[in-house]
Ligand binder design. Structure first.
Ligand SMILES: [Zn+2]
Ligand SMILES: [Zn+2]
Ligand SMILES: [Zn+2]
Ligand SMILES: [Zn+2]
Ligand SMILES: [Zn+2]
Ligand SMILES: [Zn+2]
Length: 281
């Protein structure tokens, strides 16, 4: 591991709480924003989870994703590096961080499908430019959870997303997925992001009055290999959901899978994802 990478990963594990950056006149402080979305001035996307906020929030509304802040500082120090993804079909794609926003009418982010309006990673190898949000470029390649559930980040799957019911996240754009090792759980990264943000906009009480229902296919309702040990428990969860009057049937494995994806997207520990988004279920 080169020193650039090791210092980056060290920062990943223990980020500095207070920093001064050349791109903002005031000191910035690392903050937890698990319940209120903020607007990242770097990538111009909504954010949740850890962010750098201006030390003087009363007078200065300045937020940056932790990832965007780290990348920007790395870029300024001249140590910015490109990213390749081994799971992409095209092995030549090589993404480089840039602060200039791509022009209008570009296609959306390869991973989540949303427009790219600010800082981004651009592939420098393909004729047709394509982009990733900084946070999407930093998605973990895999996530391991309870009950032996392992999710892999994929650009192509044979199954459809359980949330939108489609393989494409938007017209002509596939989007990246997290797919489980048991083969039953598959979600677009962008669909889970939408799920979380929509739920928060509605006050974060998706379960209580059925304002937000998680869609599941018939296949999903059948137990999968990761649930064979926990039939009793998942049965209990179903009953509780029925009792609060929703039509929802949600399995324990689905909860584990969604928590894993939420923790990957927001860059927060799995336990925090469970606590912060319990109401989603
Ligand atoms: Zn950002
Ligand atoms: Zn400020
Ligand atoms: Zn490319
Ligand atoms: Zn994205
Ligand atoms: Zn989807
Ligand atoms: Zn499963």
């Amino acid at each position: 591991m080169s020193s650039i990478y090791s210092s980056y990963f060290m920062k990943d594990l223990c980020p500095s709480e207070n920093i001064t950056a050349s791109f903002h006149p005031h000191p910035l402080r690392l903050k937890d924003a698990h319940e209120t979305p903020y607007y990242c001035v770097g990538c111009k996307e909504k954010g949740l989870g850890k962010c750098y906020q201006c030390e003087d929030p009363e007078n200065c509304d300045y937020h940056l994703h932790r990832q965007c802040c780290d990348l920007s500082m790395l870029c300024e120090s001249g140590r910015s590096s490109s990213i390749k993804f081994s799971f992409l079909e095209s092995k030549k794609c090589d993404f480089v961080f840039q602060k200039e926003a791509p022009g209008a009418n570009q296609r959306g982010c390869d991973a989540c499908g949303r427009d790219v309006k600010g800082w981004s990673y651009q592939c420098k190898m393909c004729k047709i430019p394509h982009y990733l949000h900084p946070c999407c470029a930093k998605l973990p390649i895999n996530q391991k959870g309870e009950k032996g559930i392992v999710l892999d980040l994929k650009a192509k799957t044979s199954s459809k997303c359980l949330e939108c019911g489609s393989k494409n996240i938007s017209q002509g754009l596939r989007g990246w997925f997290y797919a489980s090792n048991c083969g039953k759980h598959c979600y677009h990264v962008g669909c889970v992001m939408d799920m979380v943000l929509k739920n928060l906009e509605k006050g974060g009480h998706g379960c209580d009055d059925g304002r937000y229902l998680i869609k599941e296919t018939n296949d999903e309702r059948k137990s999968c290999s990761c649930e064979s040990l926990t039939r009793a428990q998942s049965g209990a969860i179903t009953k509780r959901s029925r009792k609060v009057g929703t039509m929802k049937f949600i399995t324990e494995a689905t909860i584990i899978v969604l928590n894993l994806i939420i923790s990957a997207i927001l860059g927060i520990p799995i336990t925090n994802a469970c606590v912060a988004f319990y109401n989603l279920f």
